[in-house]
Design a protein around this ligand. Sequence first.
Ligand SMILES: Cc1cc2nc3c(=O)[nH]c(=O)nc-3n(C[C@H](O)[C@H](O)[C@H](O)COP(=O)(O)OP(=O)(O)OC[C@H]3O[C@@H](n4cnc5c(N)ncnc54)[C@H](O)[C@@H]3O)c2cc1C
Length: 440
Amino acid sequence: MSEWHNWAGDQRCRPSRVVHASTVGEISAVVAAAAESGTPLAKSTVKAVGAGHSFTDIALTSGVQLHLDGLSGLQSVNRETLQVTLAGGTRLYDIPALLRPYGLALTNMGDIDRQSIAGAISTGTHGTGLAFGGISTQVVGLTLVIGTGEVVHCSASENAELFSAARVGLGALGIIVSVTLQCVPAFTLHAVERPEPLAQVLEGLVERQRSTDHFEFYWFPHTEVALTKSNTRHPLGRGPAGVKPLSTRSHLVDDVLVSNTLFSALCQVTAKVPAVIPRVNTMASQLVGNREFADASHKVFATERTVRFREMEYAMPLLEIPDVLAELNAMIKRRGFTVSFPVEVRCAAADDIPLSTAYGRETGYIAIHQHVKTDPFDYFRAAEEIFRAHGGRPHWGKWHFLQSNDFSDLYPELELFGRVHSTVDPKRVFRNTYLDRVLS
Ligand SMILES: Cc1cc2nc3c(=O)[nH]c(=O)nc-3n(C[C@H](O)[C@H](O)[C@H](O)COP(=O)(O)OP(=O)(O)OC[C@H]3O[C@@H](n4cnc5c(N)ncnc54)[C@H](O)[C@@H]3O)c2cc1C
């Protein structure tokens, strides 16, 4: 069988069979056959894959690999409740056009839109904004093919424990064939991006996170500069007077040429000559981000990422973020690491989803990256020690080195997840090496 790899190109597998499903019946039959088969373990497993944008081995399989691109699109809209049901394979970038005729939008998004809706929620994909949760918090109903091949619907009032767990289900609880989302009326985002002294940003961080709808910043290691991004919500088409969408030229120069093409070229150089990284970062922090624009929400939330990198992201209690960054900075200096990628800091509201990284606490996220051609692992392990000392929970789709027994202190409702897991997948049809590592 041919080899499959993720977006970053470093997670690879050879599935025993690849199935492109276009009906729920087909998926059900594949799962039921795997559950009933007496073939060796790896061959009797099924793993759905979305856009392959996870950095971890969470989507890898040596069993049947299930693609749901044929199961995509809008299935229903409730104009009163503003809830929409999408097929599980729907890509996030298709959603704005599907919702436009109804004047609706997703409440919040991460910083790209390449993922499938089922893949995005399975790992707890999030954006930023202290009054907003990750995409999973927008889910009000799910339909899954569970480990017996049965099709089960769940919501807060139907199979409530399954619903609770499956909103961030790690691909362990079934194949998600449809997702019902609570949407909001379409809106405009007014974006202000500015380079600022890091110390000043950290000093007023929580106030800014509370007073700005969607606040995030990028800190360039080896510099004292942070690029801040403040996005404010307005009714659709009613952004502040005189503030326009980015022109095509600005988009091409800032986002494509500087953020991707030039950055890619610089990464090729810095991978070979790490000593120049501090100077390059200083230059990069001066080149990007001093602009203001307004546009439909999805055009502001999502950006293009063409430079391939590896990423680790941890969720910490919100108020710990300034201390964690200071320790990260000190560690980078002490260990002599040269880091070419900016460190990204975001935030989210507390939620009640058992395996959500924001479960039960207002959360600050710190994401660290290295170019794919740079070995990131000493840096990632050293950073992980700091994150863990602050009660950090790793993003399920991004690099981390934790094992199942590390999670019991981090997730008070782990037992509920385990109970649901055993009920819906008694034969562990959806298992893979990653799930064996993180779920006992
Ligand atoms: C450039 C880049 C930018 C990113 N930005 C962000 C960001 O801003 N915020 C953030 O939180 N994360 C971000 N991520 C991480 C990404 O959102 C997650 O890893 C997400 O899970 C990827 O979605 P996917 O469709 O590619 O899923 P995959 O990586 O293909 O799969 C992820 C998991 O979902 C499961 N799955 C997929 N489809 C189904 C299904 N139908 N039913 C059940 N399980 C399923 C898979 O089995 C696997 O367990 C980014 C990743 C990249 C590469």
